[in-house]
Design a protein around this ligand. Structure first.
Ligand code: BES
Ligand code: ZN
Length: 415
């Protein structure tokens, strides 16, 4: 009897283990209003420790570039770690919104984040946003190819998933590191590294071009390497073609063109494919915390998360909340200068919808240009159906973001 019970328990545990992403146990998160709206239902045991109204900038009207001061309530919540995937799934399926939350290593860390969110953005040194490198940018833009972006999306989508604890997620990190390394072609001023994280095996991937004049000043362009679908686990199919193979592939094309042209920035320019975004911005949170601790002069951060699916007639959408208003204006100006045929809209995506929020929370200037308005994002994300077919098996929309990102890297990468 005892033995049978034990065997049944072990079988049940194995089943749960296959479905559940990670260890059950208490987790501390900060959540915005969208996730909070479903929290009581999805995780009735969750316990709120604290909350505060956080100032955010919002478009005065949907799409418009005029900003209005708004606020969002952000809460510190203790929740069973095993409920987190269900929470983000419920917010997407039922509210069609980002289920943004940030995972913290401790209650103290979560409370400190809430405290920092209430501070007005520190007057960190902002660079000149003058657009004055068109003789470099314009010829490089002509080199960029959507077919290259599509090929990288397809390759990344071939991994069964890129989940942060899965063997495939680790293999994807290894593949990307070797791809970026071969693009760097042995340049001694370019370093490709796999960044190890505390708490899970998937490594972030970084390519750093050392600045020729002010190497201590740095620009960061990022996207996330991981993918997710429920029930999360080692073998679930999660191609994540749009979310976010598209962003990583777009950055890879920027790297390819910069390397082919032997581009040498005066400031350091770093490209990062973050691990573990889908489970609470964990990879970018560790990296941004490290750079803040080291007092790295990160002068600007650009996030590319979903670039391939065109959800609206308007081409590029810039999220105004948890981002940096002056840098957002610069990004819009880059589009006007280098991509004058495109239209630009402004929207909000809510608390912690992607890795830009990790940087914003540490006082760095971050922007997040997106493929669609928040309402019209690609609804196939986080499922097995997030394949290139949802965006017509081409990367013409992603190419626009590649051109924008290249102009950002060159203009801010040179003083
Ligand atoms: N790429 C999405 C974010 C996104 C989705 C932005 C739709 C705008 C519209 C991202 O990878 C994601 O899914 N984020 C999570 C939040 C995360 C912290 C758990 C989400 O939205 O549920
Ligand atoms: Zn994403």
């Amino acid at each position: 009897m005892h033995i049978i019970r034990r065997a049944a328990l072990a079988a049940a545990a194995a089943l749960i283990g296959a479905a559940a992403p990670s260890h059950a146990g208490p987790a501390y998160i900060t959540v915005g209003e969208a996730a909070h709206a479903l929290l009581a239902e999805v995780a009735p045991q969750a316990r709120e420790h604290s909350g505060a109204d956080v100032p955010v900038m919002l478009p005065a009207a949907r799409g418009s570039r005029a900003l209005a001061a708004g606020r969002e309530r952000v809460r510190v919540v203790e929740i069973d770690e095993a409920r987190l995937p269900a929470l983000s799934q419920a917010v997407h399926e039922r509210l069609h919104r980002c289920g943004g939350f940030v995972h913290h290593d401790s209650l103290a860390e979560a409370l400190a984040t809430l405290h920092r969110l209430q501070q007005p953005a520190a007057a960190a040194a902002t660079p000149s946003y003058a657009i004055d490198d068109s003789s470099t940018v314009t010829p490089l833009l002509a080199q960029m190819q959507d077919s290259q972006i599509l090929a990288t999306i397809e390759r990344l989508s071939q991994f069964q998933n890129r989940y942060y604890t899965s063997s495939h997620g680790q293999a994807a990190s290894d593949w990307l590191a070797s791809t970026w390394r071969s693009l760097a072609g042995g340049r001694t001023d370019v370093q490709v590294t796999q960044v190890q994280h505390r708490g899970w095996p998937q490594k972030s991937v970084s390519l750093l071009i050392r600045g020729s004049v002010k190497p201590q000043e740095r620009i960061v362009l990022g996207g996330h390497l991981d993918s997710i679908a429920s029930p999360a686990g080692n073998e679930v199919r999660a191609p994540g073609a749009d979310d976010d193979a598209s962003g990583v592939a777009t950055l890879t094309e920027v790297i390819r063109v910069l390397m082919a042209a032997n581009f040498r920035p005066t400031r350091s320019v770093e490209f990062i494919a973050y691990a573990a975004e889908e489970v609470g911005l964990r990879g970018s949170a560790q990296i941004a915390a490290r750079y803040a601790r080291q007092k790295q002069a990160v002068l600007g951060v650009l996030q590319l998360d979903m670039t391939a699916y065109q959800g609206d007639a308007t081409d590029l959408w810039i999220f105004t909340d948890y981002t940096h208003a002056a840098q957002n204006q610069f990004v819009a100006d880059l589009a006007a200068q280098y991509l004058p045929e495109l239209t630009v809209g402004f929207d909000r995506c809510g608390y912690a919808c992607s890795d830009h929020a990790s940087w914003t929370q540490r006082g760095f200037a971050a922007s997040f240009p997106f493929e669609a308005s928040d309402a019209h994002y690609n609804k196939a994300i986080h499922t097995a159906a997030d394949t290139t077919a949802t965006f017509g098996n081409h990367a013409r929309h992603a190419l626009k973001f590649g051109k924008l990102a290249l102009s950002y890297a060159v203009e801010l990468g040179s003083d």
